[in-house]
Design a protein around this ligand. Structure first.
Ligand SMILES: C[S@@+](CC[C@H](N)C(=O)[O-])C[C@H]1O[C@@H](n2cnc3c(N)ncnc32)[C@H](O)[C@@H]1O
Length: 278
């Protein structure tokens, strides 16, 4: 594992930092909690590093599920961190169990071996050099520490009835994320990335939402959540001239139709990787 720092690169963020987006992140974390926080290996951990803690949405879940844990969260966005601090303060029970720092995770301002666990969720998709971040996390983790990384694999998205405007928008959404320096397909690469920077016992699990008539309620809920996620990037995409208003409107209508079709199908997979430092 390299302990050298690479130069930082400027990154964009396609969802923006509005209060609506901050609220969406919190609802998203709760909505996906069962799958993202399923049997996490932190029972014996006491000092966890959360990279890209955003508005504290995952921090709250980690602190709630692991009462002996202290979470150090780092994020490059002061607006998200401020929101996260007031959210966790408002909970009362989380008091003194977390510390937030504004940092670019490519350069973690911590000593070696300082933490005994790490958690990253929906952050590597937004960065130009995920290996550098994983390498930095490796440096500050003590031997034996577990790391869990959860990431998108956007090539997996499918809905039926066939929705061409939605797919056109989705391609533009992914292209724009790549142009901003991110990687909407990083989930599939997590195994390679973790191995490359020196982690051991690397495993990956594909977590799939395959929702059809057998789970109509969940399908309806998921479609509403997904529509909101897609639209969260629409102002940026329109401003950058990457989509037309007509495509956004067409997507809304198609997703409405999918939501009300008798035999509709929603399919999406993300990847969760786990590993250890030795
Ligand atoms: C989609 S949000 C996810 C937040 C949180 N993990 C969650 O699941 O709710 C991605 C977060 O990563 C942060 N981020 C992006 N690039 C970063 C970097 N290089 N260093 C630290 N944080 C970064 C953004 O500011 C944002 O808060």
């Amino acid at each position: 594992m390299s302990k050298k720092h690479k130069p930082e690169k400027q990154q964009g963020y396609l969802h923006g930092f509005t209060p609506e987006e901050q609220d969406r992140l919190r609802r998203q974390a709760r909505f996906l909690e069962d799958k993202v926080h399923d049997k996490l290996p932190y029972r014996r951990s006491r000092k966890l590093l959360e990279v890209g803690c955003g508005v504290g949405a995952q921090t709250e879940i980690l602190l709630r599920r692991f009462p002996d844990l202290h979470v150090t969260g780092v994020d490059s966005s002061p607006a998200n961190l401020d929101m996260g601090k007031s959210y966790l303060e408002s909970l009362g029970w989380a008091h003194e169990r977390y510390a937030f720092h504004q940092l670019d995770a490519q350069r973690l301002d911590f000593e070696e071996d300082q933490f005994d666990a790490a958690f990253l969720c929906w952050v590597l998709e937004h960065v130009t050099d995920p290996a550098q971040i994983l390498s930095e996390v490796h440096r500050v983790l003590a031997p034996g520490s577990p790391i869990v990384v959860t990431e998108v694999q956007n090539a997996s998205f499918f809905v039926d009835p066939y929705s061409p405007k939605t797919l056109a928008y989705w391609m533009a959404f992914n292209d724009w994320q790549i142009e901003l320096g991110g990687d909407p397909f990083v989930g599939a690469k997590l195994g390679n990335l973790l191995q490359q920077v020196g982690y051991r016992d690397v495993t990956t699990k594909v977590r799939t939402f395959h929702l059809d008539n057998r789970r109509a309620g969940e399908r309806a809920e998921f479609l509403a959540f997904w529509t909101e996620l897609l639209l969260s990037g629409s102002s940026e995409l329109l401003r950058a001239g990457k989509v037309e208003e007509e495509t956004v409107q067409g997507m809304r209508e198609e997703l409405e139709q999918v939501a009300h079709s008798r035999d509709s199908v929603f399919y999406y997979s993300f990847v969760q990787a786990r590993a250890r430092v030795f």
